[in-house]
Ligand binder design. Structure first.
Ligand SMILES: [Cu+2]
Length: 466
């Protein structure tokens, strides 16, 4: 809405090429690569390399890849750190900080051995830097404010230059006022493709990537609380919450790679339904083949990256999500006590005399919440949401669907719609006779007292620690 696709053209003198991360003079500024900005939160098609060594590009979930300019054999990129408006999911927009119109910033894709020059312009109200997580590079290019470079002040442009020495899965983020700048969404993905064939990096048909991130945005507001340490209420992939996260669309029997980096303040056990995968790489590089074993969940700790590979041999709609159940929900009232099994009869009527709109919630579990049409503050996502082919999906946050289809064209990443299950392959209501269940005989307690004690007391419990 507020951002748009900008193409600021710069013309003029020669580009600055520094030895360490260095400030760019106003003369050299005129020769910077154009600033390319993205105004859509949707997954953009892969960027086929227009110059340089060939490679099979990645697809960034609800994101995009930054185009570059080839200058005297150097790949030149231009990142702009700036305030952005990011749609977290339809119905909610967040005021974040990011790069080139979005949070996360664009994915940078290069090839092992490429010399890379990245111009970083700061349009934030405070200073910043960029750290290139996992890269082998000169110490002066590592982007640590105060340690390896002075901060990039508002309005200034710095240039980083190094050779992408290791193929693999990386990310970038500030190392300046990190608590604020990570909480505001400043981060991006980086992929260095191998030069030619690599013994530990198989070529794949589909290659997806995204970052795990989290925000604390009070219902009814739009700007994250930056001092939050652990109590985040929006669990996102690339700053999107389900149903705002696009599906991963795959052709049957494709070899698929998914690269994931964690820039939240907690670990995320990422779980894929349908098939087993292997962790084939980390931000430390490709894993040795002897270290790989089959998994369906991989835990990704804070500051870690995981690259998983698998063959999509099973057709269908397969859930793909964080296994922490609170992370597949959106902003919710955590102070709500568990009310399962509590008898509300009579109480609601009395309370209604005082508060006419009072509703009993949670008596049968929390699923009612997904169906209930309750007024929410403006710019707030429902706690559990998303409509599936069989009703409410009761999911938010870190959740999406991998759609494996026989007729998905090669290289086509578009959404094929919901899976049509072949006859006889779907769970359905049982309508036959039910035999009485056989139960073990009840043993008497040694004292001769009845062995079963029914506890009906609900103890109050705090929720501060989650
Ligand atoms: Cu999680």
């Amino acid at each position: 809405m507020t951002s748009r696709r900008d193409f600021f053209k710069f013309t003029g003198a020669a580009a600055a090429a520094g030895v360490g991360a260095a400030s760019v003079s106003s003369v050299a500024m005129a020769a910077l690569p154009e600033i390319v900005s993205m105004d859509k939160p949707d997954t953009q098609p892969p960027l086929l390399p227009p110059s340089g060594r060939p490679y099979n590009p990645v697809v960034t979930l609800n994101g995009w890849t930054l185009p570059w300019r080839m200058k005297d054999g150097v790949k030149e990129f231009h990142l702009v750190a700036e305030p952005v408006v990011r749609e977290i999911a339809p119905g909610m927009k967040a005021h974040l900080w990011g790069y080139n119109g979005q949070s996360p910033g664009p994915t940078i894709e290069v090839v092992e051995g490429d010399r890379v020059r990245i111009f970083v312009t700061n349009r934030l109200p405070e200073h910043t830097t960029i750290h290139w997580h996992g890269q082998r590079l000169p110490s002066g290019m590592d982007g640590i404010g105060g340690l390896t470079q002075p901060p990039i002040r508002p309005g200034k442009t710095f240039v980083y230059e190094f050779v992408a020495r290791r193929p693999g899965t990386f990310m970038y983020h500030p190392h300046a006022d990190e608590m604020t700048q990570l909480a505001m969404g400043m981060m991006g993905f980086w992929v260095t493709h191998p030069k030619g064939r690599h013994p530990l990096i198989e070529s794949v048909d589909r290659d997806f990537c995204f970052l795990l991130n989290a925000y604390d945005i009070e219902p009814g507001s739009a700007t994250p609380q930056v001092n939050t340490m652990l109590d985040f209420n929006l669990w996102t992939w690339n700053s999107r919450a389900f149903p705002g996260i696009d599906s991963l669309n795959v052709r049957l029997n494709d070899r698929v790679r998914i690269r994931i980096g964690n820039l939240t303040m907690t670990n995320h056990p990422i779980h894929l339904h349908g098939v087993e995968f292997e962790v084939t790489g980390t931000d430390g590089g490709p894993t040795p083949k002897g270290s790989r074993w089959p998994e369906v969940t991989t835990d990704i700790a804070v500051g870690q990256m995981r690259q998983i590979d698998f063959l999509a041999t099973e057709e269908g709609d397969w859930a793909f999500h964080c296994h922490k159940s609170h992370h597949t929900m959106n902003a919710m009232g955590h102070a709500v006590p568990t009310m399962i099994g509590v008898d509300h009869s009579g109480i609601a009527g009395k309370i209604n005399k005082l508060i006419p709109d009072y509703m009993v919630m949670g008596e049968r579990g929390m699923a009612d919440m997904a169906e209930m049409e309750m007024p929410l503050p403006d710019n707030t996502l429902p706690m559990m949401t998303g409509q599936g082919p069989f009703g409410p999906l009761e999911m938010g946050g870190m959740f999406t669907v991998m759609k494996v289809r026989r007729d998905q064209p090669r290289g086509d990443y578009s959404d094929p719609g919901w899976y049509r299950h072949p006859a006889g392959t779907q769970a359905h209501e049982y309508s036959g006779e039910l035999a009485a269940p056989v139960r073990a005989p009840q043993a008497a307690s040694p004292q001769g007292a009845p062995g079963d004690v029914e506890v009906t007391v609900r103890k109050p419990a705090g929720h501060a620690g989650h």
